[in-house]
Design a protein around this ligand. Structure first.
Ligand SMILES: [Zn+2]
Length: 372
């Protein structure tokens, strides 16, 4: 998380800049300075800032459309390869996903049209192929690059918008899981093609190809995982054997527990057995360094530990884990006492189980109508 800087909040969404993006700007500046002196360096820098403003507007196209369907977006992050809006969830309703996905590229098309209609921008091939050429008017380059962003994002591969448009189109005809599998396979073929083009023409394409390939696999995994976890009560998959700490225990004791177990995260439980926080390995090490062994667990624990009732589904627990970007979700019984944990390890184990089963099979006994 510390790799990103917050630069402000727009309509409830925090805008973050990844440090690699700042390095990227510095690199652009230095490269054009070496080529054409300071005038050229400032020209390039200004152009990049305009360009990424357009990328940000693209992301807000997604964000505002998602909001119309009741989906909020806590963060949008600018990376050298573009922007990433972290929607709280992606609607599984094909029409909604389609509209959210297409809204981004449409923003860039609109910017291009506005630049041509009102700023006299000239759309021509030379501007598109030489966006770093300061001999060509900046407005022409900006119009060309917006059109390029729109087209590039419509490549039918996750995490490109085109991948989501494709899935939405497929999902209206077949199931969501099958549609994702097909869209992800097409995405991986596209990734290979991009990587090959990258080898021939432009090494940046190779990075994008790797990114697309990984995103396609992880999207397919997540969706399959959600499908597998849908009918499963959280109490059937949660971790039930773990050490806990009391809020009034000393950090010293936390260190002993850390050494005695293979756990990395310790739920903190009050006298009534209710979860009140979570203490991670990193927190323990930091506390012993800054506050010493006599500090209390309650002073150093992380208090926003999401909780979920034991009758809810594993899918809900995964959603909570994702939405809150938490390391663990506490599972509680009817009295609110801690009885289990769902962590990213639970996800990893579910993925392994799911991969071990034949395609389309569900996790047998879990899938019978249960007490959920
Ligand atoms: Zn987009």
């Amino acid at each position: 998380m510390s790799w990103s800087l917050n630069i402000g909040t727009v309509a409830g969404t925090v805008v973050r800049i990844h440090l690699t993006f700042l390095l990227f700007l510095a690199w652009i500046f230095a490269a054009s300075y070496a080529q054409g002196g300071s005038a050229s360096a400032y020209d390039s820098l200004f152009f990049m800032v305009l360009l990424f403003t357009c990328v940000l507007l693209h992301e807000f196209g997604h964000i505002f459309t998602a909001r119309a369907f009741g989906v909020t977006t806590p963060y949008v992050t600018l990376l050298p390869i573009g922007g990433v809006a972290q929607l709280e969830r992606i609607p599984e309703e094909p029409r909604q996903e389609f509209l959210i996905a297409i809204a981004g590229p449409l923003v860039n098309v609109a910017i291009t049209l506005l630049l041509v209609a009102f700023a006299g921008a000239n759309l021509n091939a030379s501007a598109a192929s030489a966006i770093d050429n300061s001999q060509i008017a900046m407005i022409d380059r900006l119009a060309a690059v917006n059109l390029f962003i729109a087209l590039f994002n419509m490549i039918p591969a996750f995490p490109m918008d085109g991948g989501r448009v494709l899935r939405a189109a497929l999902a209206s005809r077949m199931g969501y899981v099958r549609a994702t599998e097909i869209a992800a396979s097409i995405g991986q073929v596209v990734a290979f093609a991009l990587g090959f083009l990258g080898l021939l023409y432009n090494p940046i394409l190779i990075f994008i190809a790797i990114f697309v390939y990984l995103a396609a696999s992880s999207e397919a995994h997540m969706v399959a995982l959600r499908a597998v976890s849908r009918g499963v009560p959280v109490s059937h998959a949660m971790v039930t054997q773990f050490a806990t700490l009391a809020p009034e225990a000393h950090v010293e004791e936390a260190v002993q527990t850390l050494l005695a177990t293979s756990q990395g995260e310790f739920p903190v439980v009050d006298a009534a057995g209710q979860p009140v926080g979570l203490l991670g390995r990193g927190d323990i090490i930091k506390a012993i360094k800054t506050l010493g062994p006599d500090a209390r667990v309650a002073e150093v624990m992380n208090t926003d530990l999401p909780t979920i009732g034991h009758r809810r589904s594993l899918e809900d627990a995964f959603k909570l884990l994702q939405e809150k970007q938490a390391v663990a979700v506490a599972v509680t019984d009817a009295a609110g006492a801690l009885i289990g944990l769902v962590t990213s390890e639970t996800i990893a184990e579910m993925v392994m189980l799911q991969n071990a089963l034949p395609r389309g099979a569900t996790l047998g006994p879990w899938n019978r109508p249960s007490s959920v």
